[in-house]
Design a binder for this molecule. Structure first.
Ligand SMILES: [Zn+2]
Length: 412
C-alpha cells in the first residue's frame, strides 16, 4: 500500500524524532541504472548527506558496497562500510573547513526490491532500526527502489513499513558545501581504486554527477549502464534464439504429434478391421461348432444303431450257428447211418461173392484159383485178402478159400 505523503518534510514538528527528508531524484535514477541489470538480486547501500538549515535530512550521494549476502529476498553488506563512510565524511569535513556549513554524514539506507514493489519487510524494519540506532540523533531515512517496476519510496521511520513518499526534493548546495562533497567523492573513489571494484562496485554521485563527469571522474553508472545494455542485448539475442529454437521445437513436436496421431488412427482402423474379421471368424467358428455338434449327434445315433444291429447280428449268428450245428449233427448222423447201411450192403454182397467163390473153388485148378483170387481182389477193391489152402486132405481140386476182410474186422 502506497501512501504518498508529498508533505513529508513539513509534516513533523520539531519534537518528533522522525525527520523530514529530501532525496535527490538523481540518486533514484542512478540506483535504478546500477541495479536493474542485476535482475532479481537485491542490493543495498548507504546514502550520504547532511541536515539542512530547515532541519531536513538531505541525501546528496551514496554508494553500493560489496554485498556479503545477496539474493532475491535479502541483501546485506558488512558493518565496516559504515565506518569507512563515516571516516570519509570526517575527512571531507576536516579538509574543507567552515564552521557554519553542515557536516557531511551517513543519512540513510538505500536498497532494492526488484519487481516486488515498495514496502519495508520485517527484516527491513529490523535492519532500518539497527542502522538508525547507530546514527547521531537517529537522523536516518530509508529508500527502497524497485528498478524493474520503476518505483521507489522514501521512508522516514521503521515504524510505518508501508508509508513512504517520492524523492522529489530539490537540492541546492553552497559552493563550499559542494567542495566538501567533491572531497568526499574523491575519497570514496580513492578507496575504490585501492580496494578494487569488487570491494566498492558503485559510487552514486547523485546531484553532482554532471560536474564529476566534467571533472573526468570515473562514471560507475555509465559503465554499469553500458554493461547492462550489452548484457540486455545479449539476453535479447539469446531470448530471440531461444524463442526461435522453441518455435522450431514446438513445430517439430507438433509434427511428431501429428505423426503419432496418424499412426494411432491407422492402428485404430486396423484394430477395427481386425475386430470385424475376428467377429466373422467367431461367427463362422460357432456355425462350424454347431454343425459339428449336429454331426456328432448323428454319429452317436449311428453308433447306437450300429450297436443294436451288431447285437441283433450276434443273436442271428448265434442262432444260425446253432441251426448249422444241429443240421451238421443231423447230416453226420445221416451220413453215419448211410455209411453203415452201405457197409452192411457191401458186406452182404461180399459175403455172397465169397460164398459163391467157395463153392466154385472146390473144383478149381491152381490157375483157376489164382484168377478167382484176382477177380475177388478187384471186386472187393483190395479190401479182401484171399489165399488158397490145399493142405486139407491134400486134394488138388479141393481148395479152401481163406478170406480176410481188412475193413470188416473178421474172417470168412
Ligand atoms: Zn527490503
Amino acid at each position: 500500500m502506497s501512501k504518498k505523503n508529498g508533505k513529508a518534510k513539513f509534516a513533523f514538528g520539531p519534537k518528533t524524532k522522525d525527520y523530514p527528508a529530501i532525496v535527490c531524484t538523481d540518486l533514484i535514477s542512478q540506483s535504478e541504472a546500477f541495479t536493474a541489470p542485476r535482475g532479481r538480486v537485491e542490493m543495498g547501500g548507504l546514502l550520504l548527506g547532511h541536515v539542512d538549515e530547515n532541519g531536513n535530512n538531505v541525501a546528496v550521494c551514496g554508494f553500493f558496497p560489496k554485498q556479503t549476502e545477496e539474493n532475491s529476498g535479502y541483501c546485506e553488506f558488512g558493518g565496516m562500510y559504515n565506518a569507512i563512510a563515516a571516516a570519509a565524511c570526517d575527512y571531507a569535513n576536516d579538509t574543507v573547513k567552515g564552521e557554519k556549513m553542515p557536516k557531511l554524514r551517513i543519512i540513510g539506507w538505500i536498497h532494492t526490491h526488484p519487481n516486488i514493489g515498495i514496502f519495508l519487510s520485517a527484516i527491513d524494519v529490523n535492519t532500518y532500526r539497527m542502522l538508525r540506532n547507530q546514527c547521531h540523533n537517529r537522523r536516518f531515512m530509508a529508500v527502497v527502489v524497485d528498478p524493474l517496476k520503476g518505483e521507489h519510496g522514501v521512508f522516514l521511520t521503521e515504524r510505518k513499513s508501508e508509508t513512504f513518499s517520492d524523492a522529489d526534493g530539490v537540492i541546492s548546495l553552497s559552493q563550499e558545501l559542494e567542495a566538501r562533497y567533491h572531497i568526499l567523492l574523491d575519497r570514496l573513489r580513492s578507496i575504490q581504486k585501492e580496494r578494487g571494484l569488487d570491494f566498492l562496485p558503485c559510487i552514486l554521485p547523485g546531484h553532482l554527477r554532471g560536474k564529476r563527469n566534467a571533472m573526468g571522474d570515473r562514471d560507475d553508472i555509465e559503465i554499469e549502464l553500458q554493461k547492462g545494455f550489452f548484457q540486455l542485448k545479449k539476453q535479447i539475442v539469446q531470448l530471440n534464439s531461444n524463442s526461435n529454437q522453441n518455435a522450431s521445437d514446438v513445430k517439430q513436436r507438433m509434427a511428431n504429434f501429428h505423426n503419432e496421431l496418424d499412426i494411432l488412427k491407422k492402428e485404430n482402423q486396423t484394430l477395427k478391421h481386425n475386430s470385424h474379421a475376428m467377429l466373422d471368424k467367431h461367427t463362422h467358428a460357432i456355425k462350424r461348432i454347431n454343425t459339428l455338434e449336429e454331426r456328432l449327434l448323428i454319429v452317436e445315433k449311428l453308433i447306437s444303431d450300429l450297436k443294436k444291429l451288431q447285437s441283433e447280428l450276434n443273436n442271428t449268428m448265434k442262432n444260425i450257428h446253432n441251426d448249422v450245428k444241429q443240421t451238421m449233427i443231423k447230416v453226420q448222423q445221416e451220413i453215419k447211418h448211410s455209411q453203415l447201411q452201405t457197409k452192411n450192403e457191401t458186406i452182404d454182397g461180399v459175403k455172397a461173392v465169397i460164398r459163391g467163390a467157395r463153392m466154385k473153388a472146390k473144383m478149381y485148378t491152381d490157375t483157376q484159383l489164382e484168377e478167382l483170387r484176382k477177380e475177388l481182389h478187384v471186386i472187393t477193391n483190395g479190401d479182401i485178402n484171399i489165399t488158397t489152402d490145399k493142405s486139407a486132405n491134400n486134394a488138388p481140386q479141393i481148395a479152401i478159400l481163406k478170406v480176410q476182410h481188412k475193413k470188416l474186422n473178421g474172417k470168412e
